[in-house]
Design a protein around this ligand. Sequence first.
Ligand SMILES: Cc1ncc(COP(=O)(O)O)c(C=O)c1O
Length: 452
Amino acid sequence: MTVQNSPAGGPGLPQERRLVTEIPGPASRELLARREGAVARGVSHVLPVFITAAGGGVLVDVDGNSLIDFGSGIAVASVGNSAERVTERVQAQAAQFTHTCFMVTPYEGYVEVCEELARRTPGDHDKRSALFNSGAEAVENAIKIARHATGRQAIIAFDHAYHGRTNLTMALTAKNMPYKDKFGPFAGEIYRMPMAYPLRWPGGPAACAAEAFGTVAQLIHTQVGEDNVAAVIIEPIQGEGGFIVPPDGFLPALAGYCRSHGILLIADEIQTGFCRTGDWFACDHEGVVPDLVTTAKGIAGGLPLAAVTGRAEIMDSVHVGGLGGTYGGNPVACAAALGAMETMAAGDLAGRARRIGDIMLPRLRKLAEAYPVIADVRGRGAMIAIELARPGSLEPDPATAQQVARACHAAGLVVLTCGTFGNVLRFLPPLVIGEHLTEEGLGILEDAFASL
Ligand SMILES: Cc1ncc(COP(=O)(O)O)c(C=O)c1O
């Protein structure tokens, strides 16, 4: 009923912020009441506006409000919602067939996506991919493959890591609330290491890369044993944990260490991948070539698809039938992925991401000078964040982060928070967002700080 009067979504939507009611408006509030009677409480939302159309850099709600999108549905709609090449390919594929199961009777789209992944992911070695439905499922499979290929069991993960909500990925994820609390017991043979987190590294940011790497190597040696480690899994820029950018040198050192001990390096590029950080993949920034890469989110313009891509000999160490699932690499999702990757290449969305960073970072740094509660401004490309702490200390300030986020929402700007301490505001606009909306969104954020 609510969709009837909505404009069509996609890049043709007026690229403007327009508030015609309070946020949330009456129609959203009505749907919220219905939601409360039907949807499980454990499934949360950031702001209770119900969307009927989206495209470019805006989300339109059931009350006719048009909001600026600095969230991209958590780094998914990088090519924008209902992007032309995505919807064209999806419609054409849906009209042909919607499912056969690749494990029953295969189809070309799956193969084409794997070929694209081989071309786009870091490294020019021979690669193979397997497709899945969600990021967590891709991570689970990367771990399965790494254990199978190495015959080892231990997996190294990091403080502040987020890898998903299934049982094995909860074990890899660092943060208890809301992801893990009372959901255990968790999978075994996971060992957690300190993350190179420049702002909070005890020895200071300049010493962070070398000291963090040294600590990790020492802890693996004393607590796990190099020969027992199948893989190190790391987000090249940590996402849910707070947009933590490791200092230059840390990832290459880790990659070299893994190589010298026969340990596989798994880069979880689920949030950072597909042009988000200004390169096709965040590992490209320092020329790091992981053995396995997990991808999802931005891969398919909003349709559920995920992948593990890796060295052919590692991927193919798994016996026939050892990988798969009913829906993995669904033909409609594959069509969407091909449309999304085509859009990224044709529109140089990596360049657009860098441009977004170039607009955002200087304004945010200026904001940090005016408001000492902003302890750090960081990120790369269109994956940018500010971390809030009580002035003069590093004591996290999640309350102010929430207050700022709420003020932004009320003014029609969708922003998300993240971080182990809930004190980070993160900005993930669609890479196709117009510069006028990026600027306007930053203005709203500045007003939110002014209103504290
Ligand atoms: C780095 C990373 N890994 C894994 C996941 C899990 O992906 P999904 O929610 O599709 O299962 C996420 C989701 O936020 C993520 O950011």
